[in-house]
Write a protein that binds this ligand. Structure first.
Ligand code: GUN
Ligand code: FE
Length: 425
């Protein structure tokens, strides 16, 4: 995208490859053709005269990446958290998702979701829709118009749910999925991601067809993995030939590796062999600490994933998670890791705030390419945050201001947001 260069001036924070946070107290972040040209203490010669938005006194951060969120579950966020996964799906998620058969309802609900997502710190997301093709395309259309960049999946499911939320014959499910893929080609910033809901919801016959579609279209894949203990037992019964849950996807070519970028939500209870396979095949974990707490799934051993070389990002998992804000996900990830360390496993040190911030930006951003940092050449995805409304008598460094803003997110105000250089507001 050819656009005139411009710069933001303020306190700039961005993670390095090693999770280390870099902070410039007063510097210029330059955008050229949708990409970062770099962070500069003073504007270089070739950018003299470009328009500069004066954000001094504010924080400039990379946009945050939500690696796992269910758009149709947004209406019931913050409701009905007194159950574990399978009961919660049957009593809360499935009855709500049924409503997206009605395009008027879908429009009302998705307009709210997209408006709120635009106002949130998220610039990129991996989004589950429902099984319904028209409603999924509508969600993609609304997202495209918003200026965000996202991957959106029409959900596939043909077993173990009420009939009102099943796709019926495999042939019909494949035809609908193809129709959705073909119609998705109209969008520029919103792209399709293959979305088998999870192993219990998808028959072997449909999973095999999805594997073929993945190869035919070269699609990325998203699903759920090793979230809850009863779910894992169920998968063992449904797929006895798999040594672990992840193999029930890999059997059909839907678990990372060459040409198959894959993100799996949760991985709270992944055995060592599963983790090893994920590291080998480059499968991303979408760590969703709020959801894992609300649905009493457990606390994912994120430190172990990092040590094993598994790629990790953060997800809100609305509405298992109650908040659309990734600032919450960052601090929840830190807090959950501390409880896990204190209560169950002293061998895994807690996550630092810098590590969790890295996961929400660079960690998850890697699923989208060069995203999540202000390195030269990377996508210009940026937030300008006014942290002044949270009053204090202290004089804070830029690093302290970021820490405080992440914890006191509600009191701070997002002033502007850019995705690939496009100004959303
Ligand atoms: N596993 C299968 N479907 C879902 C869902 O909608 N939310 C969560 N958290 N886990 C799932
Ligand atoms: Fe989920």
């Amino acid at each position: 995208m050819k656009t005139d260069p411009f710069a933001l001036r303020g306190t700039i924070c961005s993670s390095g490859a090693d999770c280390r946070l870099r902070v410039w107290e007063d510097a210029f972040l330059v955008c050229e053709d949708g990409r970062c040209a770099g962070v500069f203490e003073a504007l270089p010669e070739r950018f003299q005269g470009v328009p500069v938005e004066d954000c001094r006194g504010k924080l400039i951060l990379p946009g945050l990446v939500d690696l796992h969120v269910h758009a149709p579950q947004y209406p019931f966020r913050g409701l009905g958290m007194d159950e574990e996964l399978i009961a919660w799906l049957n009593r809360r998620a499935f009855p709500e998702e049924r409503k997206y058969q009605n395009l008027d309802y879908a429009r009302r609900a998705y307009e709210i979701f997209v408006e709120d997502l635009v106002r949130s710190p998220t610039t990129r997301a991996c989004i589950f829709a429902t099984i319904h093709t028209p409603a999924t395309l509508l969600l993609m259309e609304l997202l495209e118009a918003s200026g965000l960049s996202a991957l959106v999946g029409k959900v596939n499911m043909d077993r173990n749910a009420p009939v009102y939320l099943l796709e019926g014959e495999v042939r019909e499910a494949v035809a609908q999925t193809r129709l959705w893929l073909e119609k998705s080609a109209q969008f520029e910033h919103i792209r399709p991601i293959l979305t088998p809901r999870f192993v219990p919801s998808v028959s072997d016959a449909l999973m095999a067809e999805l594997g073929s579609l993945q190869r035919e279209y070269g699609l990325p894949v998203q699903s759920h993995l090793s979230e809850n203990l009863s779910e894992i037992e169920w998968v063992q019964e449904l797929s006895p030939e798999s040594n672990f849950y992840g193999e029930a996807y890999q059997r059909f070519g839907l678990f990372g590796g060459e040409g198959c970028p894959t993100v799996m939500a949760h991985c709270v209870h992944s055995p060592p062999a599963e983790l090893e396979r994920m590291a080998e095949r480059g499968v991303f974990v979408a760590h969703c600490p709020a959801s894992n707490t609300n649905l009493a799934s457990g606390i994912a051993p994120v430190r172990r994933y990092l040590e094993a070389g598994v790629r990790v990002g953060l997800g809100t998992d609305v509405a298992g998670g109650h908040s659309l804000s990734l600032f919450r996900a960052v601090t929840d990830a830190v807090q959950c890791s501390k409880l896990r360390w204190r209560l169950t496993d002293q061998s895994l040190t807690p996550l630092s705030l810098e590590e969790a911030f890295w996961m929400a930006t660079r960690g998850g951003g890697a699923f989208f390419g060069q995203v999540g940092s202000f390195e030269a050449g990377w996508s210009f995805d940026a937030l300008v945050l006014n942290d002044a409304p949270e009053r204090t008598t202290l004089t804070l460094t830029g690093r302290e201001r970021l820490e405080r803003a992440l914890y006191l997110a509600e009191g701070c105000r997002l002033v502007s947001k850019y995705v690939e250089g496009r100004k959303l507001f």
